[in-house]
Design a protein around this ligand. Structure first.
Ligand SMILES: *Cc1c(COP(=O)(O)O)cnc(C)c1O
Length: 356
């Protein structure tokens, strides 16, 4: 049976990414060797790294003065690398979910953290809007898409201080004005590649302003200087990332992808809003994520949630169980998910509702 993959991460990759990765595991760039067994310093792998870096710059229209890094350690490693490299005394954070809270927790190890606003009291079901970023902060950190709660800031906020964003689950889903940011980071396993690599986009000028000693591996300057090759980089996820980046370019770039993403999310939210059985968990439609759509059953039908999961899996729908901190359902509609899968889910919701 054809599967419809709504997992939140690791998550669906383009067929092209998976096929090309499988091929390169058998024979990489006509070397007669697997990509798993060649030196990261071979000319064939250096070409992969160079093209992947260039495509990230091209697709996101990154201006001069920025470096693109491919690092290990996951997005969670960036929770400490950001303050290590950027916080002299104080930083401002917006708390919009679990990942933001985890970033705040790490930042507190390095200095004063001003949490400018939080939606914790409402289980992160909205994005706080009324807050002031202190002008004496070294930077302002926010999470563009809250993967667990299905809220998203689909804009580049104004900030009087350096701007840092965790874009793990929505990078490459909308054009961004990179010039407003000093650091952007994203774990690859949601919109790009298998787990194991994190993209970091850093403004070169933002580095070198803190006095503390920084361990070599946690110092962005190490990786800027060595082109992400200071030590062995996560070779396989970087190879896969390149396949996805090429695919994104073939699709017509980020603006074309955004239109597809808007259509997919629009159709699903419309079905949720039109239903008597399902309801969205995000209160303000302006805050709704187009990557992770969170919904539950209305109180009247609450006990049928488990039945719906079974009903949907019988149609090949996988990964729609909501995160335990929200419950209900979460349909992740990453770039590689086809519209057809969204239609199959909507049909399942309608048929299930009609059967009750
Ligand atoms: C998944 C996720 C993370 C954590 O990523 P890891 O690579 O597992 O450390 C951080 N932030 C956001 C927004 C995420 O969705």
């Amino acid at each position: 049976m054809k599967k419809h993959n709504f997992y939140a991460g690791p998550s669906i990759l383009s067929q092209q990414t998976i096929k090309n990765t499988a091929d390169a595991i058998l024979n990489f760039a006509d070397t007669g060797l697997s990509v798993l067994e060649v030196s990261h310093r071979s000319k064939e792998f250096q070409a992969v790294m160079d093209e992947a870096t260039a495509l990230v710059k091209e697709l996101l229209e990154i201006p001069e003065g920025y470096s693109v890094l491919f690092l290990g350690g996951g997005a969670s490693m960036q929770f400490c690398m950001v303050p290590y490299n950027l916080m002299a005394k104080k930083a401002a954070y917006l708390e919009t979910g679990t990942w933001a809270s985890n970033a705040i927790k790490e930042a507190r190890l390095f200095g004063e953290v001003d949490v400018v606003a939080s939606s914790r009291e409402a289980n992160f079901s909205y994005i706080p809007k009324d807050y002031t970023i202190p002008t004496d902060a070294d930077y302002f950190h926010f999470t563009t898409n809250n993967t667990i709660y299905g809220t998203e800031m689909r804009y580049d906020p104004e900030s009087p201080v350096r701007l840092v964003a965790d874009m793990s689950s929505d990078i490459f889903s909308r054009p961004i004005d990179v010039s407003k940011y000093d650091v952007i980071y994203a774990g690859a396993q949601k919109n790009l590649a298998p787990a194991g690599v994190t993209i970091v986009i850093v403004r070169d000028e933002a580095l070198g302003h803190v006095d503390r000693p920084i361990p070599t591996m946690l110092d962005y300057r190490t990786h800027v200087k060595k082109g992400s090759m200071f030590n062995t980089p996560p070779v396989l996820p970087i190879f896969s990332a390149l396949q996805t980046l090429r695919y994104y370019k073939e699709l017509g770039g980020i603006r074309a992808i955004e239109q597809m993403d808007l259509r997919k999310a629009g159709a699903l939210y419309e079905a949720i809003d039109a239903s008597r059985m399902f309801q969205g968990t995000v209160t303000d439609p302006a805050d709704r994520s187009i990557m992770n759509v969170c919904f539950v059953m209305t109180p009247e039908y609450k006990e049928l949630e488990k039945d719906f999961i079974d009903f949907a899996s019988a149609r090949g729908i996988v990964g729609i169980k909501g995160h335990r901190s929200v419950g209900g359902f979460r349909a992740s509609l990453y770039n590689a998910l086809p519209m057809e899968s969204v239609e199959v889910l909507i049909k399942a919701m309608k048929d299930f509702e009609a059967s009750k």
